[in-house]
Design a protein around this ligand. Structure first.
Ligand SMILES: COc1ccc(OC)c(-c2cc(C(C)=O)n3cccnc23)c1
Length: 121
């Protein structure tokens, strides 16, 4: 068998890995760690047509599917927005998503990332 060369991680992949770890820490109950199933959330797949979760984002990083930080941020916002569409505002999931979204957007704001500018260009 041909040994799978360990693929070289690009600077962007390393940055996205680093940011993902920071975001996952803000989800201690792991509500966003795995895809939401219809089993735990009745009717989910009929309401949410573009599901997203941290494990899928991790896979996309490893498969080099993100060509920019903005594409990655879009998936993060999609994940949080899905939870705020499916769940009612008084649920723990809606509240967790709202909080995570604010923390994440702040964490990945331009001024926060400026010091890493060399990696992004
Ligand atoms: C109660 O423990 C868990 C464990 C994993 C979950 O999603 C991966 C969820 C979960 C995560 C969500 C979301 C993110 O909408 N959700 C919605 C309704 C019912 N459960 C969930 C809950």
């Amino acid at each position: 068998c041909v040994l799978r060369q360990r693929q070289e991680r690009s600077p962007l992949q390393k940055l996205l890995d680093y940011l993902l770890k920071g975001l996952e820490k803000r989800d201690p109950q792991q509500f966003f760690a795995w895809p939401v199933t219809d089993h735990i959330a009745p009717g989910y797949s009929q309401i949410i047509h573009q599901p997203m979760d941290f494990s899928t984002m991790k896979q996309k990083i490893d498969e080099n599917q993100y060509s920019s930080l903005n594409e990655y941020i879009e998936d993060f916002k999609l994940m949080c927005n899905n939870a705020m569409v499916y769940n009612h505002p008084e649920t723990i999931y809606y509240k967790a998503a709202k909080k995570l979204l604010h923390v994440g957007v702040k964490m990945m704001s331009p001024d926060k990332l400026k010091p890493l500018h060399s990696v992004l260009t």
